[in-house]
Design a protein around this ligand. Structure first.
Ligand SMILES: Nc1ncnc2c1ncn2[C@@H]1O[C@H](COP(=O)(O)OP(=O)(O)OP(=O)(O)O)[C@@H](O)[C@H]1O
Ligand SMILES: [Mg+2]
Length: 384
């Protein structure tokens, strides 16, 4: 296996009018599972195609292991077939006239491997993916999930240095997605494989990744471990993209009162000191406060918790817990609810530990539209 480094990658179309990838840099360690995450059109597939050697970027460099495979500046371009990379496309194509065994063996036959070696590899990959009993069937005799596993298997048999996977679970139903996702992670660990995996599904990214690279409009918004992106989102876009249900966002004004500095968010007022920012906020600054639904509770965690009086709008049962939608002073609050059953219209008191509140500064001192609360697509501003 090998590491992958992408430096200052730039790809544009329509003579520069559409910028698909805008000076993107990241490194994937040997044996690391990296997820490229972001909304549709943010450049995920384009980056993957550059690494695979299917696209020549306008600028930048790609290094696999210790070999420069693409460099626009030095005019280096290694052909895709010489990069020892396996790519699984979302629209995986299996050969319909070949059996599963023949489909898996095909890339190895192309490499001219001895028959015995091919048989061993096919058998071992089939066992890993739990498709041994399907080896003599043709793709038309398989379910979608089984076909997806065969497509993955065809990449795995090749034992490449790097796997590139473009939304490989896109065609599976919810249950199969979870199952194949688990298998994929297990195989990646077992093989100590370097994988770069594209998805727009943040849950998939959080569960699979060692490192997430979150993109918007061809630019990196934040890269880091799932925990870093969840706990320390560097701007409002990251904050609202990561986490389900999404973070609650409410605008607040910083103001002095009774000898202390407060943020007044309408629904509640909180002392700046209690937010544990490690820095002060100037009076009259506008900020956006973010609270994860999981950080709102029906019971206080400490005496300093903020209390929010609200009215139940709807309780969505999720089995072992529920998602509570409540209203307070015209503000919609979403909370993960583990308490008793609540009826619409019922009064409820919610508690928030102020140290769990995320604080974001707003552009030009404020004027962020109300509609923005809870929505993605926000301008990036540093989190405090
Ligand atoms: N061949 C092309 N010609 C012109 N524009 C392109 C081409 N391929 C991609 N683009 C544009 O580049 C941008 C990035 O596309 P890309 O396919 O990388 O996005 P993506 O993140 O993979 O999106 P999705 O999640 O929908 O697959 C988009 O604005 C897209 O319209
Ligand atoms: Mg894509």
């Amino acid at each position: 296996m090998a590491s992958v480094t992408v430096r200052n990658l730039f790809v544009s179309y329509h003579r520069g009018r559409t910028v698909a990838v805008d000076h993107v840099s990241f490194s994937v360690g040997d044996g690391e599972f990296c997820v490229l995450l972001g909304p549709s059109g943010c450049g995920k597939t384009t980056i993957l195609q550059c690494i695979a050697g299917l696209i020549r970027p306008g600028a930048g460099e790609i290094v696999i292991g210790d070999k420069v495979v693409t460099s626009a500046e030095k005019n280096i371009f290694v052909r895709p077939q010489d990069r020892n990379i396996a790519m699984v496309f979302q629209e995986y194509a299996l050969y319909p006239n070949l059996t599963v065994r023949e489909n898996l063996a095909f890339p190895l036959e192309c490499q001219g491997l001895p028959r015995k070696e091919i048989e061993t590899r096919v058998q071992s990959v089939a066992e890993m993916l739990g498709i041994t009993e399907l080896l003599n069937r043709r793709p038309a005799q398989l379910s979608g999930g089984q076909r997806q596993r065969v497509a993955l298997g065809r990449a795995l048999v090749r034992q490449p240095t790097v796997f590139l996977l473009d939304e490989p679970l896109g065609n599976l139903d919810a249950q199969l997605r979870v199952q194949v996702r688990y298998e994929l992670k297990r195989i990646q660990r077992q093989l100590h494989a370097t994988m770069i995996y594209v998805t727009h599904d943040q849950t998939e990214a959080l569960t699979l990744a060692d490192q997430i690279v979150l993109l918007k409009n061809g630019k990196i918004e934040q890269k880091g471990s799932p925990q870093e992106l969840y706990e320390k989102p560097s701007n409002l876009f990251v904050a609202s993209f990561i986490g389900s249900p999404p973070m609650n966002l409410v605008e607040g004004n910083v103001m002095p009162q009774e000898g202390a500095m407060w943020v007044d968010a309408g629904v509640f007022k909180v002392r700046v000191e209690a937010l544990q920012l490690g820095k002060s906020l100037a009076p009259n600054t506008k900020v956006m406060l973010g609270i994860r639904p999981a950080d709102i509770s029906g019971r206080p965690s400490s005496p300093t918790d903020l209390r929010i009086s609200a009215t139940v709008d709807l309780l969505e049962p999720m089995g072992d817990s529920a998602v509570l939608h409540a209203l307070s002073a015209g503000f919609k609050i979403t909370a993960k609810w583990e308490g008793s059953l609540l009826r619409p219209g019922e009064a409820v008191t919610l508690f928030v530990n102020p140290s769990k509140i995320h604080v974001f500064t707003l552009p030009d001192g404020g004027n962020v539209p109300k509609a923005l609360a809870g929505a993605a697509g926000l301008e990036g501003r540093a989190s405090l």
